[in-house]
Design a protein around this ligand. Structure first.
Ligand code: ATP
Ligand code: MG
Length: 199
């Protein structure tokens, strides 16, 4: 499951858990992006902060792991590179790429979109506020995409950041440890984000 995870929230975790259970996957690998090419208009928190929040949020689930492939690669993150790197690390695995309805709709704007379907099966999870209709899926190979209805959680990282900025709570929208991490490192306050963990 790729994402900016700025911060990771329960919408991500429920989607991952539902897909793991539906396909009986051995594990779910969360892959925080490096500098996301589609989000260059806003300041994204340092990769190490997003990585550590993702580790904190997933640590208690024995099937959940976090990969550094995207944050350790130079340059902007493209899903095709993520999948190629994971394929090298896990040559015998069947890869499933988990997205939300909004991200699945954008897939043809992704680099090397055609090749993506050779590398992985795509799972589009329903997400409140985004519709997945036939037109979203047109042009995608039917045997390589599954739409999965998951419990609706109207949570977004954008809203979590905005709430923190306004001094409103994010308790129960994100895992407790992530609330504490955000507070400890003063993420999403008006000051520009700086990592206490080095560059
Ligand atoms: P932002 O508001 O910063 O874009 P986000 O909440 O959309 O953050 P991302 O890191 O962009 O989170 O999302 C990673 C993946 O998780 C995407 O495929 C996205 O569609 C999916 N996703 C995020 N939130 C939900 C949710 N509440 N339900 C289902 N899927 C979700
Ligand atoms: Mg998003």
């Amino acid at each position: 499951m790729g994402g900016t995870f700025d911060p990771i929230h329960h919408g991500h975790l429920v989607a991952a858990s539902e897909v793991q259970s539906f396909f009986d996957l051995d594990e779910v690998v969360f892959v925080p992006t490096g500098q996301p090419w589609q989000k260059q208009s806003r300041q994204v928190s340092p990769a190490e902060d997003r990585y550590l929040m993702t580790v904190i949020a997933t640590a208690s689930n024995p099937r959940f792991w976090v990969s550094r492939v995207d944050i350790d690669r130079q340059g902007p993150t493209y899903t095709i590179d993520t999948l190629r790197d994971l394929r090298k690390e896990l040559p015998d695995a069947d890869l499933y790429f988990i997205t939300g309805a909004d991200a699945l709709g954008d897939i043809f704007t992704w680099r090397d979109a055609d090749e993506l379907f050779d590398l992985a099966h795509f799972v589009g999870c329903t997400r409140p506020g985004f519709t997945l209709d036939r037109s979203t899926l047109s042009g995608m190979p039917a045997d390589k995409v599954t739409i999965l209805e998951i419990p609706a959680l109207a949570i977004s990282s954008t809203d979590c950041r905005a709430r923190t900025m306004k001094g409103e709570p994010v308790w129960y929208l994100v895992p407790d440890g992530v609330v504490q991490y955000i507070t400890k490192y003063a993420l999403y306050t008006s000051a520009p984000p700086t990592s206490k963990l080095g560059p």
